[in-house]
Design a protein. Structure first.
Length: 352
């Protein structure tokens, strides 16, 4: 018999430069228009995930933002309410390789006009302080208690033992700012680290890869161990994305796509593997949710006075109530976190 020849039909890996250029032109020129606040949000996030891990863009990639960069100063003066977006995008573009000093001028203008004084949210004030600090400018004012308030918020673990997505996203962003996106140790308390673990456990139960990716990154930035099962699950979601060029409105899972790929970059894994094109792209993934979190919450709530904070006892009841795959997913969340019993004791909210 003759020799058997094995043919390799695997697709060649696309270059990072090609993928970056396609993404930049898609987000900057095709998904939304430049005066749309959602344009600002999407592009700020795209640039942020690349800047925070030290990437550099090619001139071809940066060319997607030449028009924005040339006009951003006039935009800031007319749309001061979006100053954090303008600062973030401009500073990131310069860090990614765009030559210029517009970012410093924007920071000085924001300080002069006291734009951060409009912020009532400590989280937004913290972001403003980080942005101005990138050009050595202090936030100003007499509010010296901001860091303490941020740390007090993230150290209240019970806040993150019940579903509250807004609080959970604020938790991750506070860790991002305190750690300078992983550039320094944020010196989190044990309570704050437990907050991240509680929030991550809920995110996994809820199959929220967007939030869980951010929590995994925050734990890494905080020099804390991350459950391998969490990271494996986020990466499985990332690989499941379908990316296609479409003219339909960009209502999709783009943020989950960005966060799961940011996690891949932070962990040194391959990222942005699907073929990209420099036009409007839509990012979708299959949402085969088991609905575990809602089902658990409704069941426990309806137990009323029969609800207890003993996970062992409640697990037996949940086994008979949840579908097989849903219950298996819950057990995966339990196995990923050694202190699941402590988490559930708070999640159950037993005893009124």
């Amino acid at each position: 018999m003759g020799n058997v020849i094995t043919l390799d039909f695997s697709k060649p890996a696309l270059s990072e430069k090609t993928q970056q250029t396609a993404l930049a032109h898609c987000f900057a020129r095709h998904r939304r228009i430049g005066d749309d606040v959602f344009w600002l949000k999407e592009n700020a996030e795209l640039l942020n995930v690349h800047e925070t891990i030290g990437k550099r863009f090619s001139p071809e990639t940066l060319s997607a933002y030449e028009s924005f960069y040339a006009n951003v100063e006039s935009r800031l003066t007319f749309f001061p309410q979006y100053y954090r977006f303008f600062l973030s995008i401009t500073l990131d573009l310069e860090a990614l390789g765009l030559d210029g000093d517009v970012g410093e001028r924007l920071c000085h203008y924001a300080q002069k006009m006291q734009l951060a004084d409009v912020e009532l949210s400590d989280l937004q004030r913290a972001e403003a302080a980080r942005l101005l600090g990138r050009r050595g400018i202090a936030l100003g004012g007499e509010d010296t208690g901001l860091p303490d308030r941020l740390r007090r918020f993230i150290s209240r673990s019970e806040t993150f033992s019940v579903p509250n997505k807004k609080a959970a996203y604020e938790l991750t962003h506070i860790v991002f700012y305190l750690s300078e996106y992983g550039r320094r140790d944020p010196e989190l308390s044990e309570e704050a680290a437990r907050s991240l673990m509680f929030a991550g456990t809920l995110a996994l139960i809820d199959e929220n890869a967007d939030l869980l990716a951010e929590i995994c990154i925050a734990l890494r930035f905080a020099r804390r161990p991350v459950p391998q099962a969490w990271e494996d699950w986020v990466q499985a979601v990332r690989r499941s994305f379908d990316v296609s060029a479409e003219a339909t409105p960009p209502i999709d899972d783009y943020h989950e796509f960005l966060m799961s790929n940011w996690h891949a970059m932070v962990t040194g894994c391959a990222s942005f593997e699907q073929p990209m094109s420099a036009e409007r792209m839509i990012f979708r993934r299959s949402h085969g949710h088991h609905g575990v979190l809602r089902a658990m919450s409704e069941y426990l709530y309806n137990l009323a006075e029969r609800r207890v904070d003993d996970w062992g006892a409640m697990r037996l009841q949940l086994e008979g109530m949840l579908a097989g795959e849903a219950y298996a997913h819950l057990l995966e969340a339990e196995a990923a976190y050694p202190e699941f019993d402590a988490f559930f004791a708070l999640f159950a909210r037993a005893g009124g």
